[in-house]
Design a protein around this ligand. Structure first.
Ligand code: UTP
Length: 305
């Protein structure tokens, strides 16, 4: 089985970024100068995906426009001889045309429900899922979906990306129970169970599922049940937990640094970190960051948020 489809859910409300997300989709927030959704699509292209399915919702039209021509802008850049910028503007247009597909989640009922909305486009074959707010910097190495696709070629079954978290963080993630405790340090671990957002005492490991998945099509049978889990939402984690009673599921420790850009702190960290990787920005940013560090270091409690 070859992997060729990726589903990118973008129908969430992005409430943690209000007021910015009142009209702007969270997935259009830029990290340095590129919107989150573009990082996700570029990762899918790098992994050789032939079809990208956006699960969108109301108010998300500019996401579609971002992956199309902007004739006025392109003409202006052409007339001014701004070739590099012109290439940037055109770099988001899919080749060949017709490989970005759109479906709607009419109500944001949860990630599991969003993925279920892609069943008619993705159904019948294994497919990947990328959550664009999980930005993973691989420092020029293989993008994470490509790392996972290579594992999939070998395993031919569902794979979830995992990373180690601190005990106080387990209640924010789906946490993996390994089948064999001895395998816990391996880079690919067979999963015995998945628990959504457990407290540290109840967590079966410190391995948290993050926003990259490869799923077998049978997942739709479980999503179909629309079981409401934590927060009253249809959780993808719950459907994967049900799936693993029938099929093997693996947890894959990816190579890279993950930023939770759905969260204000993670988003700022991604911006600082990726900006510092660019020499021109680094030269200007470092003195400013140093100044701020000195200021907060000397009077931590005197400075208000
Ligand atoms: P999040 O739970 O992080 O996004 O979903 P959210 O609900 O938009 O954010 P907050 O918590 O209100 O700030 C992760 C991804 O799943 C999509 C989101 O768009 C995001 O890309 N999602 C989430 C959906 O497509 N539909 C949903 O019902 C929920």
């Amino acid at each position: 089985m070859k992997l060729r489809t990726v589903v990118i859910p973008v129908a969430g409300l992005g409430t943690r970024f209000l007021p910015a997300t009142k009209t702007l989709p969270k997935e259009m927030l830029p990290v340095v100068d590129k919107p989150l959704i573009q990082y996700a699509v570029e990762e899918a292209w790098a992994a050789g995906m032939e079809r990208i399915v956006f699960v969108t919702g109301r108010g998300k039209k500019i996401l579609e426009d971002h992956f199309d021509h902007n004739p006025e802008l392109e003409e202006a850049l052409l007339a001014r001889g701004k070739d590099t910028l012109l290439a940037e503007a055109r770099s988001t247009i899919p080749q060949p045309a017709g490989t970005l597909l759109y479906t709607r989640q009419n109500q944001p009922l949860g990630l599991g429900h969003a993925v279920w909305c892609a069943r008619h486009v993705a159904g019948g074959e294994p497919f990947a899922v990328i959550l664009p707010d999980d930005l993973i910097d691989t420092g020029g190495g293989k993008p994470v979906l490509q790392q996972m696709a290579e594992e999939f070629d070998r395993l031919q079954t569902s794979i979830v990306a995992v990373m180690a978290v601190e005990p106080w963080q387990t209640s924010k993630y789906g946490i993996v129970a390994p089948l064999n405790r001895e395998e816990i340090d391996a880079h690919c671990i067979q999963v015995n169970g998945l628990i959504e957002k457990p407290l540290a005492e109840a967590a079966p490991s410190n391995l948290a599922v993050i926003g990259r998945y490869i799923l077998m099509p049978e997942i739709f049978q479980y999503l179909e049940r629309k079981h409401q889990g934590v927060g009253g939402e249809v959780q993808l984690t719950d459907a994967i937990a049900a799936l693993l009673e029938k099929q093997a599921v693996y947890a894959f420790r990816f190579q890279g640094v993950r930023y939770d850009c759905g969260d204000k702190v993670g988003f700022q960290m991604a911006n600082i970190s990726l900006a510092l990787q660019r020499p021109q920005l680094r030269d200007q940013l470092l003195p400013l960051l140093q100044e701020q560090l000195d200021r907060y270091h000397h009077q931590p409690s005197a400075v208000e948020e």
